[in-house]
Ligand binder design. Structure first.
Ligand code: ATP
Length: 238
């Protein structure tokens, strides 16, 4: 039996009186890319924030490799190897590319190991190597997204939660980001990918869930979802 990296069981969350998650259940198998689709305000970001401990769960559970992490603090969740790359690429704009990466690996006591990881990120993102001395704020949107993912990779996470990595990027850059996500996955990183760009997400992921107003309304293999009339109509511009 294959191992399950992440299991959400009937997860609920509120912002004050707003019932943002109304019982989300989903599974992310080890080594796979799973996507969470849905329109604006469906609760995709809230799902990721609840998993990573930034928004408290009102009820339900989050299990990470069989361990209940529902009430765990965000920094402990990071230490377990579950890393969230939030929407909007929050990099440090005044620090250089290299400094941003080094900060991502600040928990690594071993200086040599930290340098090795920076090197690995540069292999994945040659553009970041070229721009390593440039300050984060002067990078293009796509490069900032690369840096945000590269910084997350400094800890060699078991699971990456990616919130709309394609947002606001030109199609060619989106393709490059997706290629990198695929490569990270082929190196063993499990990915839960939130996307509004369903076309791109369903190409990359093996399995998808569709979220509407805080509930999963559909799920299945990506190949099946790509052909589903409702998905085509609502998300694939058909
Ligand atoms: P988008 O694609 O637009 O980012 P989303 O699917 O990620 O949308 P969420 O950001 O999870 O949606 O929002 C789910 C619901 O919770 C929305 O109705 C939103 O207005 C509400 N919400 C999100 N964050 C907050 C907050 N900090 N305070 C109050 N309500 C919030």
């Amino acid at each position: 039996m294959s191992e399950i990296a992440l299991v959400l069981n009937n997860l609920e969350a509120y912002y004050g009186k707003i019932h943002a998650l109304k019982g989300i259940s989903l599974e992310v198998p080890q080594g796979k890319i799973v996507t969470l689709l849905g329109s604006n305000g469906a609760g995709k970001s809230t799902t990721l924030k609840t998993i990573s401990g930034l928004v408290p769960a009102a009820s339900g559970t989050v299990e990470f490799y069989g361990r209940n992490i529902t009430k765990e603090k965000a920094h402990n969740i990071v230490a377990l190897g579950l890393i969230h790359v939030p929407e909007g690429r929050r990099i440090f704009k005044d620090l250089t590319v290299r400094e941003n990466l080094e900060l991502g690996g600040f928990t690594l006591k071993d200086e040599k190991l930290r340098r090795k990881r920076v090197e690995h990120v540069f292999e994945l993102f040659p553009r970041l190597r070229e721009r390593q001395k440039q300050s984060g704020g002067t990078l293009s949107g796509g490069e900032q997204q690369m840096l945000a993912i590269g910084r997350a990779m400094m800890t060699e996470p078991k699971v990456l939660l990616l919130d709309e990595p394609s947002m606001g990027l030109a199609p060619l850059i989106v393709q490059e980001i997706m290629r990198i996500i695929q490569q990270l996955n082929s190196e063993g990183t499990t990915v839960l990918l939130v996307e509004q760009n369903a076309k791109v997400a369903l190409k990359l992921a093996a399995y998808g869930y569709v979220l509407e107003t805080g509930q999963i309304v559909m799920n299945g293999d990506s190949s099946r979802l790509r052909q589903d009339e409702r998905i085509v109509k609502a998300y694939l511009g058909g």
